[in-house]
Design a protein around this ligand. Structure first.
Ligand code: DMJ
Length: 451
């Protein structure tokens, strides 16, 4: 009888241990970090073989693409600091030398101010800080000066495009995301060159958006930089608005600028009042009209999955963890996340997948803040599906449809800058980049606050 009781007790103890997840297999972070490095090399070697000297690679046709009539080397520049962090020193040196020899901005092309700022200016500043190679800062300064004419609108909010040679501008209808996601890069350029003009210009643009918030404290998704009027009043956390909020928190962390904190503190109240939504079960953020606060749609998507990371940075771990659970549900609905997901019906609203980094970024922040291995497992599972559905002989491909898993012939440079970097840093030993010692720009280029 005594033996039976002991056996039952032991069984109960084991069940309890299992319920607590203690019997789940150990996560081997080192080996996962090495696997991410392997996937980086797989994609990087494909880029080098089929698209070297161009902005990016189409991984299915194994052909290059460029954004403009003359290449700006988006992929090598976006990939450079990831290579450095992964310890690929020889590769990083030769890439840096290639860029220093070939990258010039004196080109008669109209470029997107936002994309060039987050990918190229951010990439140059971060690589300069990691290598202390002055030529990278010179390139960043030259680029910063060529982008500045974009801000010469009546409101100080930048035009969408600027000509790198002539300073001519075009595109008056922009959005909070593109206008308000410039201060990490322009501010850092100011700090490193000891010239406040970049900081002041980008800060003014951010303030201009904030000052146009509605009475409810929300912003819309379209804004005319000449008239200062809203062109679209739908409010959400997704594309066209997303990193406007991210930079309030990050600029507070990076520059200790109290106005950035004030903007965030006031915005997050409106976000949690009008956009947060538990209507479909779980915790989500949907769309609402910026003036009435009325729900306009119950969509959430791959891009919105950056918000748990921002909540962690702002200190709201509780909401961050709850939202991450919803992001995981969205991912698990079809084994990989869609561009848009209706959380009320739990159905895909837009089926594309662009190799986005945001969900990995949030997993990285949640793991390093909580040290809960649950997030390592989450990252491992998503990494596995990325390999299963997107890995092709020519690198990694986007998906036309997450339900059918039909592929699409594009590999964006942020796959190297962000997706693979956040995955690597999730698993890598802390000494690679001690958590909290840098602020990542929205393209995951790490900036050190060394001023
Ligand atoms: C990246 O270029 C940046 O993260 C940007 O802020 C928004 N989305 C893409 C990747 O999804």
């Amino acid at each position: 009888m005594k033996t039976l009781v002991t056996i039952v007790l032991l069984l109960l103890l084991e069940m309890n241990t299992y319920a607590q997840g203690n019997l789940l297999p150990e996560i081997n972070s080192d080996s996962l970090a090495n696997e991410v490095k392997k996937e980086f090399l797989h994609s990087w070697n494909a880029y080098k073989k089929y698209a070297w000297g161009h902005d990016g690679l189409r991984p299915l046709s194994k052909t290059p693409y460029d954004w403009y009539s003359s290449p700006l080397y988006f992929t090598p520049l976006d990939a450079l600091d990831t290579m450095i962090l992964m310890g690929f020193a020889v590769e990083a040196d030769s890439t840096r030398e290639f860029l220093e020899k070939n990258l010039r901005f004196d080109k008669d092309i109209y470029v997107k101010n936002f994309e060039i700022t987050i990918r190229m200016l951010g990439g140059l500043l971060s690589a300069y800080q990691l290598t202390e190679d002055r030529r990278l800062l010179d390139l960043a300064e030259d680029l910063g000066n060529r982008l500045l004419p974009a801000f010469k609108s009546p409101t100080g909010m930048p035009y969408v495009d600027v000509n790198l040679k002539t300073g001519a501008t075009r595109g008056t209808v922009s959005n909070p995301g593109e206008i308000g996601t410039l201060l990490v890069e322009f501010g850092t350029l100011s700090k490193l060159t000891h010239n406040p003009k970049y900081y002041n210009t980008a800060k003014k643009a951010l303030l201009q958006v904030f000052e146009r918030r509605s009475k409810l404290g929300l912003v819309g998704e379209g804004l005319d930089v000449v008239t200062g009027r809203w062109t679209k009043t739908d409010s959400h956390l997704s594309a066209c608005i997303d990193s406007y909020y991210e930079y309030m928190v990050k600029c507070w962390a990076l520059f200790s600028d109290p106005e950035c904190k004030i903007m965030w503190d006031s915005s997050v109240v409106a976000i949690n009042t009008y956009l947060a939504d538990s209507s479909g079960g779980g915790f989500w953020y949907g769309h609402a009209d910026m003036n009435t606060g009325k729900r306009t749609s119950t969509w959430f998507g791959a891009l919105d999955a950056y918000f748990p990371a921002v909540l962690v940075l702002a200190g709201d771990i509780d909401r961050a963890a709850k939202l991450q659970e919803s992001c995981l549900k969205m991912w698990n609905a079809h084994g990989i996340e869609p561009e848009q997901f209706d959380y009320r019906t739990m159905k895909v609203a837009s089926p594309r997948f662009f190799l986005n980094p945001e969900i990995f970024e949030s997993t990285y922040y949640l793991y390093h803040t909580t040290r809960d291995p649950y997030y390592l497992r989450m990252g491992q599972g998503m990494f596995d599906s990325l390999k299963a559905y997107c890995r092709v002989p020519g690198g990694y491909s986007e998906l036309k449809n997450v339900i059918t898993k039909e592929k699409s012939d594009r590999m964006e440079s942020y796959f190297f800058a962000e997706t693979l970097k956040y995955l690597y840093l999730l698993f890598a030993p802390p000494k690679v980049l001690p958590f909290g010692t840098v602020v990542f720009n929205t393209e995951a280029h790490p900036i050190r606050r060394i001023w």
